[in-house]
Design a protein around this ligand. Structure first.
Ligand code: GUN
Length: 287
């Protein structure tokens, strides 16, 4: 079998274009959506991500305000900025790019973002709402994975889904999303991680395998069931090349559908961030 490639770039552009009439309507009503992006320090990968987020905003007519802070920014300064953005009526979404420098207490910063402006969906109130099936903002990367599956015609209901990785940003929220009694969910989800014994025992039973461990070459063809759908959320730099967690060449020979890196799950994160920003602006004016 040769897997068909899921074009995340194309699907993400479709989603972004679908948002345009909603942005235009908000703008006509004097509530142009605004996203504040806070970057602390000069991590090169974060700089690229932030630039891509800004560009996506500009293309859609969303106001984008970047706060570029030095590596030496203190906890108090960063907290004060977040408080300011919480109060700013032109801003509907506040995103603090991770990772933060090691002297910053990341948890305290994320908890300080107003849950109504938490377009990353990282605030405990939003994660808690996700767990009980009453979400406000879904974390962008897991939501992007769910949309990729939905728009590729992959049935999730009743399927065995194995998620490799248990991060707060991807693995845990994605698990919660896919076990919900809801459209595009209702799956049986197994989570594998660094302490899982014989992960191939689980991954070989997966109808849908999602790799989100941040470990290049983690998923090889022997670990994948013939005909499985494989979603690669990993973004790793190896010898100046971007690769995922999946051995794309090998796994393409056994999977039925597979996402590439780059051009798979990555662009979806930005599309869902735009969707959350629009949603935040709509929420504010009661639409
Ligand atoms: N760093 C890597 N992914 C993300 C993300 O989705 N949001 C933020 N804020 N930082 C990140």
């Amino acid at each position: 079998m040769t897997a068909q490639i899921i074009d995340g770039k194309k699907i993400s552009m479709d989603i972004r274009e679908e948002l345009r009439p909603r942005v235009d309507l908000l703008t006509d009503k004097g509530a142009k959506p605004g996203l504040a992006v806070v970057l602390v320090g000069d991590d090169p990968a974060s700089q690229v991500y932030v630039r891509n987020k800004e560009r996506a905003c500009e293309k859609l007519g969303i106001l984008s305000v970047k706060h570029d802070l030095s590596q030496e920014t203190s906890q108090e300064e960063l907290l004060a900025l977040v408080e300011n953005l919480n109060q700013d009526p032109s801003i509907h979404g506040v995103l603090v790019q991770l990772p933060l420098p090691s002297h910053i207490n990341e948890k305290e910063i994320l908890y300080a973002i107003s849950p109504e402006k938490d377009v990353d969906g990282f605030h405990p109130q939003n994660l808690g709402r996700l767990v009980i099936g009453d979400p406000l903002f879904l974390p962008c990367t897991p939501w992007g994975v769910q949309e990729l599956l939905l728009r590729s015609g992959v049935q999730v209901e009743g399927k065995n889904v194995v998620i490799f990785g248990r991060s707060n940003i991807v693995g845990k929220p994605l698990t919660m999303m896919l076990i919900q009694k809801a459209k595009g969910a209702n799956a049986t989800v197994t989570v594998c991680h660094t302490r899982t014994r014989n992960p191939e025992f689980f991954t070989r039973s997966a109808d849908i395998l999602i790799a989100a461990a941040g470990s290049p070459g983690l998923v090889t063809s022997e670990m994948v069931k013939e005909g499985a759908v494989v979603i690669d959320v990993g973004i790793n730099k190896v010898n100046d090349r971007l690769v995922g967690d999946v051995d794309f060449e090998g796994v393409s020979k056994v999977a039925s559908l597979i996402t590439p890196v780059p051009g798979g799950a990555g662009p979806m994160t930005i599309a869902m961030l735009m969707a959350n920003t629009v949603k935040a602006a709509e929420y504010r004016i009661g639409l």
